[in-house]
Design a protein around this ligand. Sequence first.
Ligand SMILES: NC(=O)c1ccc[n+]([C@@H]2O[C@H](COP(=O)([O-])OP(=O)(O)OC[C@H]3O[C@@H](n4cnc5c(N)ncnc54)[C@H](O)[C@@H]3O)[C@@H](O)[C@H]2O)c1
Length: 430
Amino acid sequence: MNKLLDAREKINKADEELAKHFCERMAAVKEVAEYKAEHALPILDASREEEIIKNASNRFENSDIKAHYINFVKSNMSISRSYQAELYPAAVSGIIYDTESVKRLHVNLDEDSYDVIVGCGALEFSDKYFNLNRRVLILTDSRVPIKYADSVAKKCASPFIYIIEQGEQSKNLANFEAILNFMAKNRFTRSDCVVAVGGGVVGDLAGFVASSYMRGVDFYNIPTTLLSQVDSSIGGKVAIDLGGYKNIVGAFYQPKCVIVDPELLLTLNIRQVRAGLAESLKMATTSDAELFAIFESGEFLNDIEEVILRSLLIKKGIVERDVHESGERKILNFGHTVGHAIESSSDLLHGECVALGMLYMCTEQIKNRLIPILDEIGLPSGARLDADELYKFILRDKKASGENITVTYVNEIGKAELRKMPIEKIKDYL
Ligand SMILES: NC(=O)c1ccc[n+]([C@@H]2O[C@H](COP(=O)([O-])OP(=O)(O)OC[C@H]3O[C@@H](n4cnc5c(N)ncnc54)[C@H](O)[C@@H]3O)[C@@H](O)[C@H]2O)c1
């Protein structure tokens, strides 16, 4: 009996000590939560949790309570996460609110980190988010309403608007050279900057110019198509086309800040809006069953900002985990292998081709769920395509990347897998 009482007394004492340490721990957890909220970082930091578990495991090398201690540490971390979520609910989603209508997503890439500002009317605040108090090259194209570039120019100390012809053919070496010449002639220095105001063509070209001029000047991006808002706005891929190959010369060069203003889409033609939705649907299919449900419910056009935000969160997460596309980021190529082949052999827009391309790389069941969504959006869902022709184009495309091909395949909505295979194997999918 005494033995039991003694042991319980020891437990009471240990609990008292633990309570003190628990308070200390939670105070530190609160400080971490404050930091994460300020920097719009997500609550879960998987690598930090791994490190804590490793430390815990080292503390009890040969003990029979090691596994129990690790469970104890894990439940501590789970309690800490709930506490942080209670303190800063916005940190759970990775979105913080600058104002009621303007949100900020922080893309966390260490020293290359940047914010994406999302909100109707956000264009008006370009000088709040970009440092425009210097020479600013504003690149736009002939079909993007000039009022968007003018709105930025008005806020710059020394603006230079440069307009390229609209269309993919402008993403070329001649324009790249001409813009660099223009900057040199106008005495741009290393501390000046480039702002893209346009779709993916303008963004890719402007980013590549910024990455090269004097070994890199600050780059800001204001994407004006839905496709560029949901896709090319995050990730730092900048490029031009050469010799018939798309994006074959380029770099990874992250912007300093991005403004995504859904109001700019009001002037975009509906076919381009649909093409952008295809990229967003692609991300939903590979990575976010909830966004897929929004597409399935037909609600996507009533809340385009929600679709944009959710797509950006998917892209942000993937890019943060695999910035140089050595693994997971490849899943964003879902629909692209066949899509690119269709693009080379038709007049369809990139997004329209991705829409068709997805149908080749998923189960029959998922295909049957995708088709009604594509029909509802107004995207093609059933072009008759010749398998031999497609294979020829895939082969040509692959000249740039070797004997094997990696495709993204979707077995379950919200989850994708990468399948690497010899190039002839792709015929099985066509
Ligand atoms: N860097 C990346 O991560 C990435 C990702 C996807 C695509 N891309 C690239 O993006 C390009 C395609 O981008 P896109 O679809 O935006 O095409 P785009 O830039 O050619 O724009 C499409 C058309 O819309 C017009 N336009 C743009 N904004 C407008 C607006 N607000 N109002 C009216 N008209 C407007 C343009 O002048 C153009 O005619 C391709 O070159 C592709 O390789 C890059």
